[in-house]
Design a binder for this molecule. Structure first.
Ligand SMILES: [Zn+2]
Length: 257
């Protein structure tokens, strides 16, 4: 019998518009294979290509989760809904998205909103469930559109994904787990201010103290500074294993011990 595992595949590590529009890095979001449940998070531009290239079958998806309506997160959400629903022929799967992704200027086309079994609206303090996977959206992020991060709980692990946000004092308080994934767009704090920078990520990691942290969603300043070297430095400074995500990287949570 195959061992039950929780594996995250990074279908992209690009954040912010220049790295995305030039495809210096891929921008397909992440595929969460949690036991028998297949979740797709933030299917940005190229998600379908990145997923199929890595033999991940979108018709097997159980849910698609969108943190917010910015294009680098939702560029491929329509085609991924079509793929999840067998070309729109099978009513299956759930889509989770903030209300402003659906109204008044929907990033999910209205005819496709009818295709999944259900569309669930994410809101602050929300608790959601797909099979035996639970997830929460504990706090509304500080970002120009309605944005949520996630705490995922599988029967085996708890992990958090802090998506796009400006830093705010109580932010680390809302996230927990063995593994912490953080969208780190900027090397230094400053404009555009509604994203996390490396020193802020360090502060969050030191406060939450996960077993391991993964940095992803790199903007130009982060990419130029070689994220893998920055991660090594953070590991030395914090004593916590910090990893820079790479396009296509598979992270098995069993590694957390
Ligand atoms: Zn954003």
């Amino acid at each position: 019998m195959a061992e039950v595992s929780d594996v995250i595949t990074f279908l992209g590590t690009a954040g912010a518009r220049f790295v995305v529009t030039r495809q210096f890095l891929a921008s397909g979001g992440a595929w969460l294979s949690l036991g028998d449940t297949q979740l797709l998070l933030d299917p940005g531009p190229g998600c379908l290509v990145q997923a199929t290239k890595r033999k991940l079958d979108p018709s097997k998806l159980d849910a698609i989760i969108l943190s917010h309506r910015h294009l680098d997160h939702c560029g491929d959400i329509n085609i991924m809904i079509e793929a999840m629903t067998g070309g729109g022929m099978k009513k299956r799967g759930v889509v989770f998205a903030p209300a402003d992704a659906l109204n008044p200027d929907p990033v999910i086309l209205s005819y496709l909103q009818e295709k999944p079994e259900k569309v669930e609206i994410l809101s602050e303090g929300g608790h959601y469930k797909v099979d035996d996977i639970y997830f929460e959206t504990p706090i509304k992020h500080h970002h120009p559109v309605e944005t949520y991060g996630f705490v995922f709980r599988t029967p085996r692990h708890t992990f958090s994904w802090i998506t796009d946000t400006r830093y705010f004092d109580s932010l680390p308080h809302y996230y927990t787990g063995d593994l912490l994934i953080i969208n780190v767009v900027r090397l230094n704090p400053g404009a555009p201010v509604d994203h996390l920078s490396l020193p802020e990520a360090k502060q969050i990691i030191e406060e939450i103290k996960p077993s391991a942290a993964i940095l992803t969603h790199f903007g130009m300043t982060m990419w130029r500074a070689k994220p893998w070297e920055l991660a090594r430095k953070l590991t030395d400074e914090t004593g916590i294993s910090v990893i820079a995500a790479r396009d296509g990287m598979r992270f098995d949570l069993a590694k957390l011990g």
